[in-house]
Design a protein around this ligand. Structure first.
Ligand code: ADP
Ligand code: 5GP
Length: 189
């Protein structure tokens, strides 16, 4: 089997983590690409080596210099996130397709690199008001972090037409079904 890539991107708060976690829980042929990042861990809800590899800025920089990343971005000022080449190889070596939760620019870099081997899905919410509401209700980010995330939304939305397809995350149950169908159709090709 040739391993493929499923890339879900969206402005923060749009629901891509929810969708990716659901697909992972219901499809044993998928493995998650654990990104490296330099931001702090969100308390007990996140685990090093499961949600992210939480690296110091120095360690992250060393890995950039060693050419260990397929892509990396300064997603928010001072906060670096990146996909390690070793992660994609790890998942493929387990005989699984690899699924990503990366920012919009990172997702497009992966798509550009892997072309037909990758499906790039842009996830969006029906409106900015709903996005803001979901970010607040998630209760994981400070006001400052929410503002930084909202500030980036317009910029991120401008990349939508570069993706293979868009998934509007309105009703969650419908969105999860649509995500599964997108995945099934792509893996059948
Ligand atoms: P992202 O990974 O894109 O930042 P999350 O998956 O963390 O987004 O979702 C943001 C918040 O919105 C979470 O609290 C999540 O439970 C909630 N959420 C996701 N999808 C929906 C939906 N369709 N309807 C209502 N709430 C949702
Ligand atoms: P969070 O801090 O909410 O976990 O993630 C912030 C943003 O960074 C999200 O849009 C997430 O998808 C993105 N992100 C996570 N990992 C990576 C990665 O490896 N590369 C890039 N470019 N973005 C990432």
């Amino acid at each position: 089997m040739q391993g493929k890539l499923l890339i879900f991107c969206a402005p923060s708060g749009s629901g891509k983590t929810t969708i990716v976690k659901h697909l992972l829980a219901t499809n044993p042929n998928l493995g998650f690409s654990i990104s490296a990042c330099t931001r702090d861990r969100r308390g007990r809800s996140e685990t090093h080596g499961k949600d992210y590899y939480f690296l110091t800025p120095d360690d992250f920089k060393k890995r950039i210099d060693n050419n260990e990343f397929v892509e990396y971005e300064e997603v928010y000022p001072g906060a670096y996130y990146g996909t390690l080449k070793s992660e994609i190889e790890r998942v493929w070596s387990e005989g699984k397709h690899v699924i990503f939760d990366v920012d919009v620019k990172g997702g497009l870099s992966l798509k550009k690199y892997y072309k037909e081997r990758a499906l790039a899905v842009f996830v969006k919410v029906p409106s900015m008001e709903i996005l803001e509401q979901r970010l607040r209700e998630r209760k994981t980010d400070s006001e400052e972090s929410i503002s930084a995330r909202l500030f980036k939304v317009k910029f991120e939305m401008s990349f939508e037409d570069k993706f293979d397809t868009t998934l509007v995350n309105d009703n969650l149950e419908d969105s999860l079904k649509k995500a599964q169908k997108l995945m099934d159709d792509f893996l059948k090709k």
